[in-house]
Design a protein around this ligand. Structure first.
Ligand code: NAD
Length: 249
């Protein structure tokens, strides 16, 4: 039997990286998954893992999100994965960069949670999982000014939902990864490579900040998301789950 048999899951940004691997894991464990991404084409192939409905969805588009959520059955699991890394200090962050990061990394979670929670409550409960980061209120990283601010906000939002609906069967937890292999990380490595003398050097810098001497994998994050989504974690809510290879030690 699958660990999520009979459950309905909603996953944003499921096209690549962590979101993709989590959607695949949910499908493999028997959930029916409603997977969306800004780029619908990236969702191709998810149907090899189980019963999935894929949709193009920009989580910063309030109207599109409402219409999409209204088309879904009441979910048991909501995985909010969409997020973006802005590079730089406070001096590199203009109002547009601030607003974009908060819209995508934080307000998008407000849109999906406020839209789906009433129906999760009618259903008698559910598990909400929000993608934060170790780089948040937990661990400082250079040049992650507005990113850290948004991911810290995700932790506050998560704990608020957890406490307000704890008596109604809703659990809400945040995942806080260290550096994880993903297409967007490859981009950040390529960018850094331009200023430090090559992609290999840049990759070494990312790896060296991990005390375990390696990056994490989307698989490792998917194992944690699966646990938080399943009833195995029934006693766990409002937590910030660090999964960072000891980066924050
Ligand atoms: P990624 O950045 O490689 O991919 C992100 C996906 O989000 C893409 O498929 C993209 O099309 C989609 N997307 C972008 N804008 C969107 C929008 N407006 N609406 C819907 N979808 C949109 O993936 P990743 O690196 O695995 O990151 C996923 C999440 O994990 C993010 O929230 C990120 O901040 C967080 N995270 C990643 C790491 C890491 O090292 N990779 C570490 C900590 C936290």
């Amino acid at each position: 039997a699958g660990r999520l048999d009979g459950k309905v899951a909603v996953c944003t940004a499921a096209g690549q990286g962590i979101g993709r691997r989590v959607a695949e894991a949910f499908l493999s464990e028997g959930a029916k998954v409603f997977a969306s991404d800004l780029d619908a084409g990236k969702l191709e192939g998810l149907d090899r893992f189980g019963t999935v409905e894929t949709s193009g969805l920009d989580v910063t588009d309030s109207k599109a999100v409402s219409a999409y959520l209204a088309s879904l059955p009441a979910p048991d699991i909501l995985f909010n994965c969409a997020g973006y890394v802005h590079h730089g200090t406070v001096l590199d962050c203009d109002e547009a960069a601030w607003d974009f990061s908060f819209d995508l990394n934080v307000k998008a979670m407000h849109r999906t949670i406020s839209g789906l929670l009433p129906r999760m409550l009618e259903k008698g409960g559910g598990s909400i999982i929000n993608m934060s980061s170790a780089a948040s209120s937990l661990k400082a990283a250079p040049n992650r000014y507005v990113y850290m601010a948004t991911k810290a906000a995700v932790i506050g939002l998560t704990r608020s939902v957890a406490i307000d609906f704890i008596k109604h069967g809703i659990r809400c937890n945040a995942i806080c990864p260290g550096t994880i292999e993903s297409p967007s990380l490859e981009g950040r490595i390529a960018d850094l490579g331009k200023s430090v003398g090559g992609t290999d050097k840049a990759k070494t810098m990312f790896v060296e900040r991990q005390p375990m001497g390696r990056l994490g994998t989307p698989d490792e994050i998917a194992s944690l998301a699966l646990y938080l989504a399943s009833d195995e974690s029934a006693f766990t809510t409002g937590t910030t789950q660090l999964i960072d290879g000891g980066w924050s030690l």
